[in-house]
Design a protein around this ligand. Structure first.
Ligand SMILES: NC(=O)c1ccc[n+]([C@@H]2O[C@H](COP(=O)([O-])OP(=O)(O)OC[C@H]3O[C@@H](n4cnc5c(N)ncnc54)[C@H](O)[C@@H]3O)[C@@H](O)[C@H]2O)c1
Length: 260
């Protein structure tokens, strides 16, 4: 999809990957709705054809309100980027509330947005849904069961959307980075547990702007799987080829970094 003149919504765009995506799409000529729980003035202010919206995507009502507001401002949405995400939670002791919140933000938000976008896109004959999952959704997040499970589910939902609606004009992409230099990574234990140390040990940590550049190219190509860290593909191949060997390797990595 050529982004010039398109209407794009990016969630979780007050900082980090979302802010970089919003700025990159705007630079490509899109009108951008910059949405987040927190103030997005630092991203949206001063950009022509950009509007900041305070939105909580952890409920269906929050997604409906965001979509309505965006459509009132710039008309029908061409590309919706469900990027908002949270870490939090660690192992089997994770509280029920934390599990629920992780599913609501990291997975259900995608489902609720798609539920309210797809009918209009089918009527128009086109629409583009992008989500940010994680390499953890293809592999695993050592140290966090909720992150592993919710990101895996996000990848699965994106695949299902592509299969189900791809023949009817709806394009889908799924962004699966490894480490990116954002508050989530910097927050360490508070975000995805000590597994963050594993993320740092697993490979290069990219800047959000580098990720946004890879995403812009992938959207131009309308490619489903967006891997800013190309080595993730090699890990996926290893995992598919010999799951027991891959699991043993993950256990060795966990022992080396976390001592368990
Ligand atoms: N940083 C990494 O290493 C990394 C790696 C893989 C995937 N990701 C994913 O990338 C996405 C962006 O993360 P980031 O690294 O930029 O983190 P970040 O913490 O810098 O940004 C996340 C943004 O999402 C917003 N957000 C959280 N809950 C929300 C809600 N209910 N409604 C609206 N906005 C909400 C936050 O306010 C924040 O601005 C997330 O989905 C994350 O899981 C990050």
């Amino acid at each position: 999809m050529d982004l010039a003149g398109r209407h794009v919504v990016v969630t979780g765009a007050a900082r980090g990957i979302g802010a970089a995506l919003a700025r990159r799409f705007h630079a490509a000529g899109a009108s951008v709705v910059v949405a987040d729980l927190d103030s997005v003035a630092n991203v949206a202010d001063g950009l022509a054809n950009a509007v900041g919206v305070i939105a909580d995507v952890s409920s269906e009502a929050g997604n409906i309100a965001l979509i309505d507001r965006a459509e009132r401002v710039f008309g029908p949405i061409d590309l919706f980027f469900a990027n908002a995400g949270i870490g939090g939670g660690t192992d089997l002791d994770t509280t029920e509330d934390a599990w629920q919140h992780a599913f609501d933000v990291n997975v259900n938000a995608h489902r609720w947005a798609a539920k309210h976008l797809v009918p209009g896109w089918l009527a128009r004959g086109e629409g583009y849904f992008c989500s940010t999952a994680s390499a953890a959704g293809l592999l695993a997040q050592i140290g966090s069961a909720p992150y592993t499970m919710t990101k895996r589910a996000a990848v699965a939902f994106a695949e299902w959307l592509s299969i189900t609606y791809g023949n009817r004009g709806i394009r889908v992409s799924c962004l699966c980075p490894q480490g990116v230099n954002t508050d989530m990574l910097r927050a360490g234990d508070a975000a995805v547990g000590r597994g963050v140390e594993v993320v740092r040990a697993a490979g290069i940590v990219l800047e959000p702007e580098q990720v946004a550049e890879v995403v812009a190219t992938a959207i131009d190509d309308e490619r489903f799987l967006i891997l800013p860290h190309p080595e993730v593909r090699d890990y996926m191949v290893l995992k598919a080829d010999d799951p027991d060997r891959w699991l043993a390797g993950m256990r060795r990595l966990q022992a080396r970094i976390l001592g368990v």
